[in-house]
Design a protein around this ligand. Structure first.
Ligand code: UT7
Length: 315
């Protein structure tokens, strides 16, 4: 398959490092040097589904496609105001599509998981036009009193319209369970039978372990897709890396020995937007006119699980 349209949508509220240092024991200097983040967008009066729907409409317009021509909608999402129904169903109704849809929780790797699933759908011969939407609000998950996690994340949504083509050259997905390094549990509703303690805790993150996993996994996955597709790093035009920490991105850049221009960044403006991170970046470089037909793009992401994934595709 190939990507024929992209779109993105951000909450209106910009939360700067200075604003956070007024409510937390942190500083612009610490956040900038340890992460590369200067500000992030945070949901206030919006609902996440509004951003998801807006991003989906923009991607459809970019692809010059009507919602009724979609054969499937996949939404990557970790959490939103609804546990049920799925966010993809809300999007389906709002954009006027009549195709089946489902949500997937691939943490920060959701977009790359969705691309791999979409590719398998095309190969089945059953579906042609697929909308992938990634919509995330980690601001709902973190403890805003906890400086170690709250400063890292931002909310946002992005979408891509896919259709028939032969542009995905290789994918590499992986999972290795270390759930207790980065997780959040659901709150339990009252039950007369359940004897387990309730857990109503915010996101728990062991940052250094995640950092080490992310760097190793991204390097391994990128090497694997390059090898599988028979390309060298020199032949790649753009490396779209999950915007979780600038130091992780710099480690990857050093490994593939490629110049800064091949690594577009927006971590300074949005922080880590989970699965929306890579498609937000894709939409930015697309709308800035930086992508030419035939360009080779490597995408790589990593997140809670641990899960990771990379793909190489031709634009
Ligand atoms: O999508 C995947 C999601 N997660 C990630 O990608 C996170 C990956 N990990 C990271 O990005 C980094 O590990 C962090 C940015 C989270 C932390 O950076 P670090 O260089 O690993 O710092 P650290 O955890 O070793 O903490 C160093 C110090 C500690 O103080 P002490 O013990 O040295 O006195 C922390 O308490 O920095 C302190 N600290 C902070 N100080 C100011 C932790 N958070 C903050 C903060 N402001 N926000």
């Amino acid at each position: 398959m190939k990507i024929i349209g992209t779109g993105r949508s951000h909450p209106s509220l910009v939360v700067t490092n200075e604003m956070l240092s007024q409510i937390l024991d942190t500083s612009d200097e610490w956040i900038t040097t340890r992460t590369g983040i200067k500000e992030r967008r945070v949901i206030s009066s919006e609902n996440l589904e509004d951003l998801a729907i807006d991003a989906a409409k923009k991607a459809l317009a970019d692809a010059n496609m009507e919602a009724k021509d979609l054969d499937y909608i996949i939404c990557a999402n970790v959490v939103n105001e609804f546990i049920s129904p799925a966010m993809s169903c809300l999007i389906q109704g709002a954009i006027g599509a009549n195709c089946p849809c489902f949500d997937l929780n691939g943490a920060c790797v959701g977009f790359i998981y969705a691309l791999e699933i979409a590719e398998a759908f095309y190969k089945s011969g059953k579906y042609k036009n697929i909308l992938v939407v990634c919509a995330e609000e980690p601001s709902r998950m973190v403890d805003w009193h906890d400086r170690t996690a709250s400063v890292l994340f931002g909310d946002g949504a992005a979408a891509a319209v896919l259709t028939e083509g032969d542009n995905i050259k290789a994918t590499k997905m992986s999972a290795s369970c270390s759930w207790d390094r980065l997780y959040q549990k659901h709150e339990l509703q009252y039950s007369p039978y359940n004897t387990k303690p309730n857990s109503n805790l915010p996101l728990v993150m062991h940052g250094q372990d995640v950092f080490m996993f992310a760097t190793r996994a991204a390097i391994r996955d990128i090497s694997a897709v390059l090898k599988q597709s028979g390309h060298t790093p020199d032949e790649v035009d753009h490396f779209l890396i999950h915007q979780a920490n600038l130091r992780i991105i710099n480690n990857i850049k050093q490994y593939v020995k490629q110049p800064d221009e091949k690594f577009p960044l927006n971590i300074d403006r949005y922080g880590n937007t989970s699965s929306a991170s890579v498609p937000i970046l894709l939409d930015e470089v697309n709308k800035e006119g930086r992508l030419k037909r035939g360009d080779l793009i490597v995408m790589s992401a990593f997140g809670a699980g641990f899960v990771s994934g990379a793909c190489i595709l031709e634009w």
